[in-house]
Design a protein around this ligand. Structure first.
Ligand code: ZN
Length: 438
């Protein structure tokens, strides 16, 4: 899309500013990547996000944003319908928000959101290099959290920097949020909402390969605790093997997964996906001794649900499925497994088509990425649901191209980061308007 077209389609952005904004992104790009690498060096796994948040806080503070930093207080959010149960300490579950206030509030306000938490690395020997020692090779920046989503947090910060480089700032309030708990509960973004952060639109720079998320599944985390009867293996037939029983239950869950996937034809935006619903068994442990029939086995699983489905009802279906699988079992029939909800308990969402925010992003994207903006469905949890479902805010989940997120050798494309940062800078300029820095 040309600058002229951008103007015709109702842009409030001075066309003369488009090229300078993109050049300003380019001018600071090396610094932006160095900043992203710094962020990747912090191993901001669950329970240790606070040092990475210190870094973000410093960066926002140096830029003159007013800082709000707090530790999530479960008491304050636990009654919210979007709350997910918590089974770990929130001692280091820190949120940081930097606030920009204009001299005069003229434009539309904006939240730029990203999550600081990263998922575990898995066996480090399967990485080509240590996961928290970032490096660039050709068009890629490598490291755990590089794509998901420290590149996005950096893009939010440097998109604003690009405007500042030109002597401008947004003519509306902008909140830069760095939240935690996105990979396990979504309680970080929820805590921001509960604290009162609202805006006319939100952007979350998740690694969406330069597409916009149209619809997103809800997610439920659950643990299944199975008991057995421990005996010596020489009388194994007398016992009940909890590990083998876990296999039976997992099989039953796979059946449920197939039934839920079969419902996709009646779900708006999910009709054409092959396998939108994954019930993933992600962790398992059991038994104490090779020569004893195991008396216990526990596994952790994650299930997805369609937008509009109530996680409480889906949880009941999960429980029914497991109970039915126990019915034929000689021991479990009378000793059913315990089910515990220990994380995500969230609804999915749909971003309704045609919002002004989406149109603005489409224009910015077309100029910076030189192609039209495509929307797609995400089969993984996103904090977007907090804004859309509970904040009545159009939330644009949109970010750079990344590979192997949650896997080995996670990486994010540098060119894509550049294009996305340009698109966000143009979005801010148009959505918020600009004023000269005095
Ligand atoms: Zn993410």
């Amino acid at each position: 899309m040309s600058v002229a077209v951008m103007k015709q389609q109702g842009s409030h952005l001075e066309p003369e500013l488009v090229s300078p904004i993109l050049r300003a992104v380019e001018a600071r790009f090396e610094e932006q990547i160095a900043f992203t690498e710094e962020l990747v060096r912090f191993p901001s796994l669950r329970g240790q996000e606070h040092t990475a948040q210190d870094f973000v806080q410093r960066a926002l503070s140096q830029r003159g944003y007013a800082i709000d930093r707090w530790t999530i207080d479960v008491e304050q959010i636990k009654e919210h319908p979007g709350f997910s149960p918590v089974t770990v300490s929130y001692e280091n579950a820190v949120n940081v928000v930097g606030t920009h206030r204009p001299q005069e509030e003229k434009g539309r306000s904006l939240i730029l959101n990203g999550h600081i938490d990263v998922v575990p690395t898995g066996p480090v020997e399967q990485w080509s290099r240590p996961p928290f020692e970032p490096y660039c090779c050709a068009d890629w920046l490598y490291g755990r959290g590089s794509g998901d989503m420290k590149a996005g947090i950096a893009a939010n910060v440097f998109a604003l920097d690009a405007l500042q480089e030109l002597g401008y700032q947004p003519a509306a309030t902008v909140y830069v949020q760095s939240v935690t708990e996105e990979e396990c509960t979504g309680n970080g973004a929820l805590a921001c909402l509960q604290r009162g952060y609202r805006a006319d639109a939100a952007i979350i720079t998740e690694p969406m390969s330069e597409t916009l998320v149209r619809a997103n599944v809800g997610v439920i985390w659950f643990q299944v605790h199975i008991r057995g009867v421990p005996v010596h293996v020489l009388e194994a037939t007398e016992g009940s093997n909890a590990i083998l029983a876990a296999y039976d239950l997992i099989k039953a869950l796979q059946g449920l997964e197939a039934r839920w996937n079969a419902k996709r034809s009646s779900q708006r935006y999910f009709e054409d996906l092959d396998h939108p619903i994954n019930i993933n068994v992600g962790k398992i442990a059991g038994g104490d001794w090779a020569s004893s029939v195991p008396a216990w086995c526990s596994f952790d699983a994650r299930a997805a649900i369609y937008p509009g489905e109530d996680p409480r009802e889906a949880a009941l279906e999960l429980e029914t499925c497991l109970r039915e699988a126990c019915r034929e079992h000689p021991f479990l029939a009378n000793n059913p497994p315990e089910i515990e909800y220990n994380g995500f308990f969230t609804e999915g969402y749909v971003l309704e088509e045609g919002s002004d925010a989406e149109k603005t992003l489409a224009r910015a994207h077309a100029v910076s990425c030189k192609e039209s903006l495509e929307a797609k469905v995400s089969p993984a949890y996103l904090d977007g649901r907090v804004f859309v479902l509970y904040g009545d805010t159009p939330c644009l989940v949109y970010g750079p191209h990344s590979e192997n997120i949650h896997g080995f050798d996670e990486r994010v494309s540098l060119d894509s980061i550049r294009r996305v940062t340009g698109a966000i800078a143009l979005f801010i300029a148009e959505w918020c308007g600009l004023e000269k820095i005095s």
